[in-house]
Design a protein around this ligand. Structure first.
Ligand SMILES: C[S@@+](CC[C@H](N)C(=O)[O-])C[C@H]1O[C@@H](n2cnc3c(N)ncnc32)[C@H](O)[C@@H]1O
Length: 468
């Protein structure tokens, strides 16, 4: 065994899991080079072995094919059990779509534990997405995600859902394993899904063999991506909604424009250096209320869409208004969890109701009902009369709110765990206004069943405060 081996304590064998970076010697970390030098045996995919050939003199080298990943792990463990120091090598970072995971799986299945006599050390490396990014500008300077388009081990619907979620959430996206001889349509599908959310001219960098001899870069638009030359050694970087191309560089802004008029200038009005934005976690709901006041004709759904937030959070923002703070005439209060059932019974006092039910596909039903039509059976809340049968999955309902507007609305909204509306009920006006006795019944339900939180006072208290 190599005498310079830095094996610690009484362990006998050692496995280095080495990420050697994108491919060239300069981008390899000091520790990656040292790990290979310290090793008796180097195991890897034959292409990777070629990339580190200068470090292999006097070492036992085990070359494996592309499909022999688990064999590589077993071989590493078998060699380490003989007391040898072994480097299992991978390009980029061995923990990113690399051999670190399968190796631990094999080891643990074989009864190995971190306390056993074989030490394992992971040596990190520059992964393809950062190596490729460095060649095209600064595309990853805001939130990004990586998605592998390989469906060899992952079902396509899961991959498609991840692409959709990344598109919807405005992540910069790095696509690993974008295309191979057999897998040619995955990139076409990825483009189609992302174009639901991104503009056709969104910048895309297609980087092949970064930091290797065959390095090649194509800078294109998202709508051109599928027709570009893409292969097994390519990583594709797709910009978010703010990414731009200038002077041949792909840049994703860090977000300074949200706070400063000019990247070197003073903070914008209301913003402070070193502090969360006014639209940060603690401030954004106040911005919602301000917006509602400046756009009083917007519906609650318009507001939710404008802020790209679930409806329940908009209702919560209304409920958190101070007593003297206007919210375009709206008021809201959460219904206590154990009162959600009781609110259905209370709604029988509200006369004729409008139930609004939205199907996932986009259709909206507005049903004129009486809450006497409600019937609960198991998980289902059924609304049945001679004109229609409507079945609402009551088990989806996690929270409910009273929401009212001075002139427009007296309602109850029911939400699922994501804060999306399951359905809502609203009182129907008679001759253009809400009848007095129904206002009283609604106020009473509000006061009895609503949560008594400090930002949201009892309706009678609010009324008396106004009278004073
Ligand atoms: C199995 S993954 C291995 C990823 C590797 N562990 C890493 O961290 O970069 C193989 C994919 O990585 C990407 N890749 C690896 N090396 C690359 C390079 N030098 N240039 C561009 N893409 C590369 C390609 O998308 C390729 O299909």
């Amino acid at each position: 065994m190599n005498q310079t081996n830095t094996q610690s304590n009484n362990k006998t064998g050692k496995i280095f899991l080495v990420g050697f970076g994108p491919g060239n010697a300069e981008a390899m970390s000091y520790r990656a080079r040292e790990a290979i030098e310290l090793s008796d045996v180097v195991i890897g995919y034959s292409t990777y072995i070629k990339l580190v050939k200068d470090l292999l003199d006097g070492k036992e080298v085990v070359r494996k094919g592309m499909t022999e990943e688990i064999d590589r792990c077993i071989e590493a463990y078998d060699q380490a059990k003989l007391g040898k120091t072994v480097s299992l090598i991978s390009s980029g970072d061995i923990g990113v779509y690399g051999m670190a995971g399968p190796t631990y799986e094999v080891l643990l299945q074989s009864g190995w534990t971190p306390d056993s006599d074989i030490e394992v050390e992971i040596v990190p490396g520059a992964t393809a997405l950062s190596a490729c990014a460095s060649l095209v500008g600064a595309p990853l300077t805001h939130d990004f995600c990586s998605i592998s388009l390989s469906d060899l081990l992952t079902p396509w619907p899961r991959i498609a859902n991840r692409i959709d979620a990344a598109g919807r959430s405005d992540f910069v996206v790095a696509l690993y394993n974008p295309k191979s001889g057999r897998r040619t349509q995955q990139i076409v599908e990825a483009q189609r899904i992302l174009l639901r959310y991104r503009k056709p001219d969104t910048p895309v960098a297609i980087v092949k063999s970064a930091y290797r001899e065959a390095q090649n870069i194509q800078m294109v638009r998202l709508d051109e991506m599928k027709d570009c030359k893409i292969g097994m050694l390519t990583t594709v970087l797709i910009g978010n909604s703010t990414t731009f191309m200038r002077e041949g560089l792909m840049i994703t802004p860090r977000g300074y424009a949200n706070k400063y008029d000019n990247i070197t200038g003073e903070a914008k009005q209301g913003e402070k250096a070193g502090r969360s934005l006014t639209m940060g976690l603690t401030g954004w709901k106040a911005v919602v209320r301000e917006y509602m006041n400046t756009e009083p004709h917007h519906s609650l759904r318009d507001i939710a869409r404008h802020f790209d937030a679930p409806m329940e959070q908009i209702i919560e923002a209304i409920s958190e208004a101070d007593n003297d703070e206007a919210t375009a005439g709206y008021k809201a209060i959460a219904i206590q969890q154990d009162n959600i059932q009781a609110v259905l019974e209370a709604s029988q006092q509200f006369g004729k109701l409008r139930a609004v039910i939205r199907a996932e596909g986009g259709a909206v039903s507005e049903l004129m009902i009486s809450s006497a039509d409600f019937e609960q059976r198991g998980d289902w809340l059924n609304i049945e009369n001679e004109h229609f049968h409507c079945h609402i999955n009551w088990s989806q309902v996690c929270s409910a709110w009273f929401v009212r507007h001075d002139t427009k609305l007296m309602g109850i909204q029911f939400f699922n765990q994501h804060g999306d509306t399951v359905f809502n009920l609203s009182v129907i006006k008679r001759d253009g206004s809400f009848p007095e006795e129904i206002i009283n019944a609604y106020d009473q339900a509000w006061n009895n069943l609503g949560q008594n939180n400090p930002g949201q006072n009892n309706l009678n208290q609010q009324a008396s405060a106004v009278n004073e």
